[in-house]
Each structure stands twice: as C-alpha cells, then as structure tokens.
Design a protein around this ligand. Sequence first.
Ligand SMILES: Cc1cc2nc3c(=O)[nH]c(=O)nc-3n(C[C@H](O)[C@H](O)[C@H](O)COP(=O)(O)O)c2cc1C
Length: 317
Amino acid sequence: MPKVTAFTCGARFGNSEIFAKVALQALQRMGIETELIRLNDCDLRPCIGCPNKLCSKGPEHCIHKDDGGWLTYKFFESDGDLISAPVWSLAPTSIVSVFRDRVFGYKADIAGWERRGVPQWAEGMKKQRPGALISVGGALTRHWTSLSMATLYTTAFSTQTNIVDQMDVWGVSAHGEAVQHPDLMLRAKYLGENLGHALLNPQIDWTGKFLGDDDGEACPSCHLSLLLARPGNDYVECAVCGRRGKVDLIDGKLSYTWPEDKQNRLTMMGKFDHMREIERHGMMRQSYTEAEQAQLDELKRWNDCVLTPPSRQRKAE
Ligand SMILES: Cc1cc2nc3c(=O)[nH]c(=O)nc-3n(C[C@H](O)[C@H](O)[C@H](O)COP(=O)(O)O)c2cc1C
C-alpha cells in the first residue's frame, strides 16, 4: 500500500493542520496509508552549510544530532508527500526552510544520483514521488501571501517531487477557522484525492502534470505567477522553476508564451544544467594566491567584532 507523509507547521490543531488532515482522510479512503509529522514538534536545527558536506555520506553523518536524519528517512520512505504551512510575513513559517535545507539540498539531489549513482544510504529510495502543497494565509487579500507557495515549492526541486496539486488559501486567520470555510474544506479533500490519484497510477509519468485548478496563473510548469521582469528584456523568468516566457501586451493585458526551456529546474535537464554550471565554476576557479590566502587567514583570525551568545557563554562556564 503506498504511503503519504504530511509535514505540517503552524499552530497545533491550527488551520494548516486541519486542511492537511482533510486531505489525508481523503487519501485514507482511497486505501493509502497516511502519517502526519508536526515539524514544530521536531528538534530541528538549521543546516550550517559545513564545507565538507558531512550529510552526503548519509543523513546520520550530519553534525546535528537531532530529528533531521529521521525526517529525511521519513520523506524518502514515503511514496508521496504533503507540506502544509501558514503564511508568516508573506512566506511560510521559517521551519519550512529549515526542513528543506536539512532534508533535501545537496545530498538529495537526484540529478546527482542519476549521474553518479544512488548513494548507499538512499538505495531503493529513488522513485517518482508526487506531492502537494497547502499554504494558509490569514490576510483578506492574496497580496499578503505572495512568497508563500513559491517558497513551499522550493522543497520539490532536489528530489524532483511532482507537485500535482497546490492550494493557496487566504482569509483564514483565527485558530481553527478552516472548518468555517466548507468550500476550502472541500478543496482540501480534492487535493488529497488528486494526490491519491497520482499515487495509485505510478505507470503514468507525472512530471509536469498538474491536477489542481490553474486559476489563470502565468507559468505553465509550476502554476504560479511570481515572475522576474528585468528591464531591457523581452522575456520574463519564473522565479520558482526558472522557465523563460516571452511577454506580449494584447489589448493592454499581459500575455505569455512559454517555449520549452532547459533552464526549467522542475526537469532533470534543468537540474543537469545547474550541476554543470557548478562544475564549470569549480574547473575555472584558480587556487588562492599568496595575497588572497593571507587576507583569508587574517579575516579568519579577526574576531574582535563577533559576539558570543549567552547560551554559549553558559556552556563555557
Ligand atoms: C507572526 C505572524 C505573521 C503572519 N503574517 C501573515 C502574512 O504575512 N500574511 C498572511 O496572509 N497571514 C499572516 N499571518 C496569519 C496566519 O497565516 C494565519 O493566522 C494562519 O491561519 C495560521 O495558520 P495555523 O493555524 O496553521 O497556524 C501571520 C501570523 C503570524 C502569527
């Protein structure tokens, strides 16, 4: 039986959790095993970006001995995932970013797995994995949720999770208010069913397939409209998937056409493109000159301005 793991944030029994549970109940009715992890219950410290990338040997090698390794295996053992989070200051609560950086990132980059082989720790865990996202904002307009779904989507890149549905909620703010919005509760049920449909049909390649409502969003890949529009260009770039679209004004209204683009980071080629860019950078880099090395050493030694936080002072006592 396939299994969906939901990762929820925000208040315990809050709106994000309620919508996630409604989706999970729909999945259960389809015969799918479900589990829910409250990220706020986890001991999860931020990735410190250690230069020797300890976790590439396996999550248990991470410098942090917390719930990060367990969460990583929970994700990779699942057949599909659901992430549900409230909007705080336009973006999802910060634990989503910590979760993304600890669970995914370099070690989980399946473009690397495809080129160099699946690492031992992840054997049997490379699979087509559909996912769904729920963002819950309290503001009465969408205007105050602008970075939320886009940031939630960044959890999908390295593992090539196929986001088959996403639910961008606004205007639900009081604790538990979700249940007072039957339309949204129904939408959460549909989201669960859409995820379930993808899971029960693994013979279909779900890459780029979307079962949610399009709602007239600009980008046909990630179904969002957060676009980079730099002056002097005749194209926009999707801030999330990186795809480029040509811009036109038709009857005074913005209109886009989206040629296939190898920059699209939702595709394996988009990830290869990025990997090759990193490799090129590595190849082009010269070793440090004596002067550069001396400057580096001098800056490492210069710690006069660095404060020691009280918790570290207590440990030293
Ligand atoms: C610190 C904080 C910042 C918030 N910022 C936003 C915001 O920028 N935009 C928005 O729409 N709602 C914002 N909200 C409202 C929450 O998104 C909303 O209450 C949501 O329903 C909480 O979800 P939960 O019940 O799952 O915790 C904020 C709430 C808090 C506590």
